[in-house]
Design a protein around this ligand. Structure first.
Ligand code: BQF
Length: 294
């Protein structure tokens, strides 16, 4: 039976560290860090994510605010809002909660965010800096996975890593970070995706597998090598009338059988997700320390 990579335990530790660092700044006479979230429309999952981010801010001593906008807002109006937020100097960072309504071009919105306030790390400037190994805001999920590997001291140097999925927010940046110089990087990374001819051929050879596919229970025991490290980024809501909420969260990994064969594995929920939340706070704290030293 594999060991558990416990994202809840780690995220609590990280939040405690952030809280202590903030209180030191406050004791030195500085203001609180401030994160703002922009929420467009009424997607229930997005509302939950934003509410949790606000709760996290309160827990570590950040100020937070939400700007709620109607789903009928035009792209032009949203760009105007972002322009205003970009210029607000009582703000360290802000996020625009994704996904956006279909009539709004997500890419155009992300490009409009001031890279210095882009604590989600989605702006091309920050993506480029990441790829060039220049200090920047890292996208929270890949950053959380790097932090998790490093705090559990999972060896990565020279390891065969397979990343499943090439999204801009998880798979792509993950592949870049794991191949960067220095720990937790220096891995040999293979990025597999929907056009890969034989995914199992690659995963069977991997020391570490990161799945960010969104296909529930995709990764089976016969697709992995014994003793490998499994990081599950998938979170798909599946109906289950026996559950209180009427659904459960399913990862990309067939957990019961894969856990028998792996050496380390993340659970869903309670693995990567809580780390994602903690890393948004890390990025906001970084933005804040840059601002107060200006
Ligand atoms: C857990 C997200 C898709 C689209 C937009 C804990 C989160 C999730 C799972 C969470 C996500 C996913 C977030 C768990 C933030 C991760 O215990 O398994 C926390 O809050 N996430 C988001 O803000 O926008 C998304 C996924």
């Amino acid at each position: 039976m594999a060991n558990i990579l416990d994202g809840i335990k780690l995220s609590k530790q990280i939040k405690q560290e952030i809280k202590e660092e903030v209180s030191q700044y406050i004791n030195q006479g500085h203001r609180q860090p401030h994160l703002l979230a922009v929420l467009v429309g009424d997607n229930p999952a997005s509302q939950t994510y934003v509410n949790n981010k606000i709760k996290d801010c309160q827990a570590v001593g950040f100020t937070s605010s939400i700007i709620k906008l109607k789903s009928t807002i035009t792209e032009e109006e949203l760009l105007q809002e972002i322009k205003k937020i970009n210029e607000a100097d009582d703000l360290d960072g802000f996020i625009v909660q994704l996904p956006l309504p279909k009539h709004i071009n997500q890419e155009k919105i992300i490009m409009a965010i001031n890279p210095e306030k882009d604590v989600d790390g989605f702006h091309p400037t920050n993506f480029g800096k990441m790829a060039l190994e220049i200090e920047s805001f890292l996208p929270a999920t890949p950053y959380g996975i790097m932090e998790m590997l490093s705090r559990y001291e999972i060896p990565t140097e020279g390891k065969e890593v397979v990343v499943i999925g090439r999204s801009r927010i998880v798979g792509r940046p993950m592949s870049i970070l794991l191949s960067k110089k220095g720990y937790p990087g220096d891995a040999t990374v293979t990025l597999v995706h929907s056009k890969t001819v034989n995914i199992a051929k690659h995963t069977q050879n991997a020391d570490i597998i990161i799945t960010a596919l969104g296909v529930p229970h995709f990764l089976k025991a016969n697709m992995i090598k014994k003793g490998s490290v499994i990081v599950d980024v998938g979170i798909t809501k599946l109906e289950d009338p026996t559950k209180e909420k009427g659904y459960y969260l399913a990862g990309d990994v067939d957990f019961p059988e894969v856990a028998e064969k792996a050496s380390w594995i993340t659970p869903v929920p309670g693995g990567v997700g809580p780390m994602t939340r903690a890393m948004l706070l890390k990025n906001t704290l970084f933005a804040y320390t840059q601002n107060i030293s200006k």
